[in-house]
Design a protein around this ligand. Structure first.
Ligand SMILES: [Fe+2]
Length: 279
């Protein structure tokens, strides 16, 4: 029987993030409490639950309250069960995600939410940063907003794969065998659950803005990539074992700090998403 409890929410910065206390994500949770968590998640962009001692099945069941769980956003159509979720040591791939990105924007329908749980951590290092693309959008001057609205950009897996050398080559080839080489998404998108506009280009995957000369496109993207990095819009989370983060890929970008050389083991599941929408 699910118990109805009033969770406590502690915002982390003005722009982004909140810790939700008083929830055991492995236990049955009342529908009202799920609705409360979802509202907090889409409003804050990323939420954290501390000290969650759960199995991958419990984590899967928890995230299933928010949509269709997916063990991996790029592959894995045939074996999509909790037992298929791989436990990932990111020590060898840490330079692939140490760049601001939203998960898998190179897909036609990038995942809506991602859930990540810390299992084994380096003694120090391996933090993750999240930044609100809503706050970053709101901070743009009106003439710049007007210039960007209506534009579309190309998202490709090539850039992150280049950062991974041989492994990237291999992964990229497997990816391209089943997916289109790139996708086109709006530069300014909207989160349909909040109705708020967001910047939807990333240093990780966006290669060019369509319809602009290459030089102009490159400089506009560089301006946006620089703009979103301001500490005004972001937070940095120092993981403890058992910490769980859930984020809304339509609203935030994240950056995994690669300042470690020993194991950093995490469990990750995504929730199926839709094509990013134009306002
Ligand atoms: Fe990521």
């Amino acid at each position: 029987m699910a118990t109805l409890i009033e969770p406590k929410v502690e915002p982390l910065t003005e722009a982004v993030g909140a810790v939700i206390e008083g929830i055991d994500i492995g236990a049955p949770i009342a529908a009202e409490t799920i609705a409360f968590i979802r509202a907090t998640l889409v409003e804050r962009g990323v939420v954290f639950f501390r000290r969650q001692d759960v199995t991958i099945e419990q984590m899967w069941d928890f995230i299933a309250h928010f949509g269709t769980p997916w063990k991996d956003d790029s592959f894995g159509a045939d074996d999509n069960r909790p037992e298929d979720v791989q436990i990932m040591d990111s020590v060898s791939t840490r330079y692939g995600t140490s760049i601001w990105h939203t998960d898998s924007s190179f897909l036609a329908e990038p995942p809506k939410f991602t859930i990540l749980r810390a299992v084994e951590l380096p003694r120090v290092g391996g933090d993750t940063c999240w930044a609100s693309m809503t706050a970053a959008y709101d901070a743009l001057p009106e003439p710049v907003k007007a210039m960007l609205e209506g534009l579309s950009a190309v998202h490709t897996i090539d850039v992150p794969m280049e950062r991974l050398d041989d492994y990237g080559e291999e992964f990229g080839a497997a990816f391209r065998a089943i997916h289109a080489p790139h996708q086109v998404h709006p530069v300014i998108s909207i989160n349909p659950e909040t109705g708020r506009k967001t910047i939807y280009v990333t240093e990780s995957c966006t290669s060019r803005i369509i319809g602009l000369p290459a030089l102009i496109s490159r400089h506009i993207l560089a301006m946006l990539f620089e703009h979103i990095k301001a500490p005004d819009f972001n937070l940095r989370w120092r993981w403890s074992p058992g910490d769980v983060a859930v984020w809304d890929n339509r609203t935030v970008q994240h950056y995994a700090v690669p300042d470690y050389a020993t194991s950093r083991v995490m469990q990750r599941i995504v929730v199926k998403g839709e094509r990013p929408r134009r306002p």
